[in-house]
Design a binder for this molecule. Sequence first.
Ligand SMILES: [Fe+2]
Ligand SMILES: [Fe+2]
Length: 481
Amino acid sequence: MSQEKKQAIIRTTAIMCILFVLSFVTVVIGMMLTLDTWNVFGSYDKMIALTVAVFVLYAVFFVYLNYSSNSRSLESMSMTKLLSVAFTAIVIGILLSCAAGSYLSWFALPLAFVSLIVGILIRVRVGIMATIIAGMAVMIISPASEFGENTSVVVPIVLGCFTAMLSGFVMAFLIRKRYSRFKLTWGALIVSLAMMPFSALMSLLYTHDASVILINAVCTAMGNMLAVAVITASLPLYERVFNVWTDFRLQELITLRQPLLKKLNEDAPGTFSHSMAVANLAENCAVAIGINPYMARACGYFHDIGKSKNPQFFIENQKDGYNPHDELIPEVSVSMITRHTTAGYEMLKAARMPEEICKAALEHHGDSPVSYFYMKVKSITEGEVDDKEFCYDGPCPTTKYSAIIMICDICEAMFRAKPPEDMQSLEKSVDGVIKSRLTEGLLDDCGLTMHDLKLIKQTICRAIPASMHKRIDYDKAKERR
Ligand SMILES: [Fe+2]
Ligand SMILES: [Fe+2]
């Protein structure tokens, strides 16, 4: 047996042991919350049976997560993080539901907490699966611990769980695309109201008492709102503890009060202005190809953060005609310029930024040459140049975000230096930028398709003229008056 296989078996066994302990803890606390008495250790047989049943559910979810983690959409998160986030949400969801069911109503279960928190932090489909697991666990723990052999009361519990699970699925569907705090609360309110008639229908399956039906409907809405309230309170904690970057946290990151951006603005105002322009282009491109626009904007903001270490070596920050490169040999100049990618990567890593942003800083020049100095030396030495000395260290873009930043970075700098004369020359230039990167192999590993590149080209061609619009010359207008 290979070493890798052995390690995988040991790892899986360790996870299974942890899941068994977690099942036991869930069952004990769940029983305590469901029973009127805190003394649950009198019924060992029930406890063991429930622990095994919940463990089977947890194991099924682990297998599902293990299988899903190989997909490209989940590969940015480690397995440990995936398991920690998902199982914390499942256990909290189960315990909250046991408490709400026992003290309020079995139709007031906040199971939507699980679908929303896992949906926001991981993926919606994982959130839906986690809700099914949590709902089934509540269905097993609650009736078994509270009512023993009196099975007639099991029906409202099962129907309440089913209604809460369905609410969770619908809410998870709401956050399928981008979301905001307003959309979350407003969506929860709409879903809560929409689920009331469904809850009433479910209640009709076991009672015709109008007051019970009405109370159950109101409780369903209350359970959903409770879920959103718990999410609003716990999401910032989840984000910090597990270092997960949600849209909410990314929105906080792209404010200009962020310390690294403040530093860039103060030390390298030219680079800061360039980064803002690249971020605008990148966000538009991200929307066009359907990836996270907040992440793209953040990548644009921070891609040249390494330049804040030695801003005067970059033309956009030079003042009063002083250029330090005039006093240096081209090889030294190139090393001063190319180090901004690795310096930026280290700064962003130290600040615990998302991996996509760190990679965009490191990869946005790939292993391309610093053209100005490369051409200068080539003309002096009549072509006898060691190419590698004039190139960035790479690597080439490995994410869609890095590739978008690479393209937008060149286009922004190119059109800032020489604005396009007309739409035709603009399209030709953008096309040239993309084609040359393709032929040089810089976009081989980034995951962008030819269709994505076509959309990116169209987006840049639409956005550039808008960013270079003309304004009235106020001095001339005054003279005319
Ligand atoms: Fe750069
Ligand atoms: Fe740049």
